[in-house]
Design a protein around this ligand. Structure first.
Ligand SMILES: *Cc1c(COP(=O)(O)O)cnc(C)c1O
Length: 355
């Protein structure tokens, strides 16, 4: 067991194997002494990494024919803009479940007519709206399946009468997904798929090409797809890290096994949050995320917050301070986080109570 336990929300902990292979490739990639940072992105060696990365995504998520997987610079926030550029003609609908969903909505408002289908802002985004009406005349509905800041998560692939677009930044590769229900899925890589600097976009090709506006090249999914994500120089190192992260995910049993591990880790941590009288969970129980566990000091104990952060830090627990908008604590327990990491945090919570 390592002495340090990293619970950062993103960029986050990655498996040791990924750090090792990335470090090795910085020195020797195409041949000994030639770094991955220094080969042409048009070389056979690099094109093989691009092809393998695409294939790994397809295998891991059972992506059906007719979909492409793109790797693009700009992070998830750039997809907030690319999505309405490529899909919004008359009207777009957004499910408002937090800061990220709100930012996606705001970008759409700059492009055309966007509406909020439902919102959980009334209770500080601590739950997921259920049974809301989806406007049947919308070009698409945009959802955020995992709300990284608040620790809520949409647990099912929803039935949607219009094309469905999902930001899956913080829960991709943590559970099986029925890809065929979605027109497009995207996210920043830095939570379960690698490090910052690249986003993944899984897109149904026949959903593209339906808007009348001129789309600038770097925002045009069709063009980027035609060029196999290499319209310009791609972010080579983040893509390499993604390649290694996906390999690790597959070698460790794929998304079913990641889901099993995620449940075990989340169950352990939530059980302690619920049991320990010093702490209280934030997200409503039925919508609790298995990736970002949010909690606060219980009423009357608020003044102990900094003390607990220091107490945990002294035991090697890093990155549990809540998002600046949400406060309290947030432990991000993504795929690379082990059950032992979670046990260390749980033990710290118990010891803090008994101290
Ligand atoms: C982290 C995160 C983002 C932002 O990703 P960037 O790559 O920094 O733009 C967007 N949406 C969700 C759900 C996130 O967790």
């Amino acid at each position: 067991m390592s002495d340090v336990h990293v619970f950062n929300a993103g960029p986050c902990l990655l498996p040791d194997q990924v750090y090792d292979r990335a470090a090795e490739a910085l020195r020797s990639f195409a041949q000994p002494g030639v770094s991955v940072l220094s080969v042409s992105h048009r070389s056979d060696e690099w094109v093989r990494i691009m092809d393998e990365t695409r294939d790994l995504w397809k295998r891991l998520l059972n992506i059906p024919d007719g979909y492409d997987v793109l790797f693009l610079a700009g992070g998830a926030s750039m997809e907030f803009l690319r999505v309405p550029m490529n899909f919004l003609e008359h009207k777009a609908a957004y499910l408002d479940t937090g800061i990220w969903a709100g930012k996606a909505y705001k970008e759409a408002c700059g492009i055309g007519n966007a509406v909020i289908a439902a919102s959980s802002a009334d209770k500080g985004y601590t739950y997921i709206p259920k049974d809301f009406d989806i406007p049947e005349d919308a070009d698409y509905l945009h959802i955020t399946t995992s709300n990284t800041v608040y620790g809520t998560r949409l647990k099912k692939d929803i039935d949607c009468p219009v094309p469905l677009v999902a930001d899956m930044s913080s829960d991709i590769l943590t559970r099986p997904v029925d890809i065929s229900r979605y027109a497009l899925i995207y996210g920043g890589a830095q939570k379960n798929a690698g490090t910052a600097g690249v986003s993944f976009v899984i897109v149904r090709k026949d959903a593209l090409g339906k808007v009348s506006r001129h789309i600038p090249s770097m925002l045009d999914y069709s063009l980027l797809s035609e060029h196999k994500s290499m319209f310009n120089t791609p972010p080579v190192f983040p893509i390499f890290v993604m390649h290694e992260t996906l390999r690790w995910t597959l070698e460790n049993g794929g998304v079913e096994e990641m889901q099993r591990r995620a449940r075990a880790k989340a169950d352990l941590l939530y059980a302690e949050v619920d049991r320990n009288p010093l702490f209280r969970g934030v997200a409503s129980r039925e919508d609790r995320s298995e990736m970002n566990v949010t909690f606060v000091m219980s009423p009357g104990n608020e003044s102990l917050e900094q003390e607990f952060l220091d107490f945990a830090f002294a035991r090697g627990i890093v990155g549990i301070k809540g998002h600046r908008y949400a406060g309290g604590f947030r432990a991000s327990i993504y795929n690379a986080c082990t059950l032992d990491d979670v046990k260390s945090l749980v033990q710290a919570m118990k010891d803090f109570e008994n101290r």
